[in-house]
Design a protein around this ligand. Structure first.
Ligand SMILES: [Zn+2]
Length: 171
């Protein structure tokens, strides 16, 4: 068994930033930590975040960027993306800025790549969303992708997601 390399420093500034995010929404803090630890190149929060929230994300080492989107009816809204790599934020913004939200195969491929989903799971999801798999439901719940049948990658990622989920709860 390999020791986990995930160690989130408990310095007061980091702790306060994570607690602030968690106070807004547990999932926001969880996504921020998954991204900070490199499991996701970038993450998306489908809302505008206020300055203290953006500051908290920056405090734990993430870059942030607002992206304008539209819903199908044409109404505009702003989502927030965050990650460690400016290049991936740029790729997201270049592709999705001002685009309506959709669930096309193209969108799922780009999102899957940028959000760190295993390519096998993305390919299966495009062919058949939520296809049955042998993966335990309670484990699926803390993931953001739907695991493909016989997935090789998800079981490798799972202990890391579990560890970060636990850490988020502890803050
Ligand atoms: Zn898979």
């Amino acid at each position: 068994m390999v020791n986990s390399t995930i160690q989130i420093e408990a310095d007061p500034t980091t702790r306060a930033a994570i607690q602030h995010l968690k106070g807004l929404d547990f999932e926001l803090a969880y996504l921020a930590l998954l991204t900070r630890e490199g499991l996701k190149p970038i993450s998306r929060w489908e809302k505008t975040l206020d300055e203290p929230a953006l500051e908290a994300l920056r405090e734990i080492g993430l870059l942030t960027r607002p992206v304008r989107r539209r819903v199908r009816t044409g109404l505009a809204f702003t989502e927030t993306i965050f990650g460690k790599s400016p290049a991936y934020l740029e790729v997201y913004a270049q592709h999705f800025e001002n685009l309506p939200v959709d669930k096309s195969a193209e969108t799922i491929r780009v999102e899957g790549f940028l959000f760190g989903y295993p390519p096998c799971c993305v390919a299966q999801y495009i062919k058949h969303p939520y296809a049955p798999n042998e993966f335990p439901g309670h484990k699926q719940e803390i993931l953001f992708h739907w695991t493909c049948e016989g997935c090789i990658l998800t079981p490798l990622l799972m202990p890391l997601y579990e560890r970060i989920h636990q850490l988020t709860q502890q803050y």
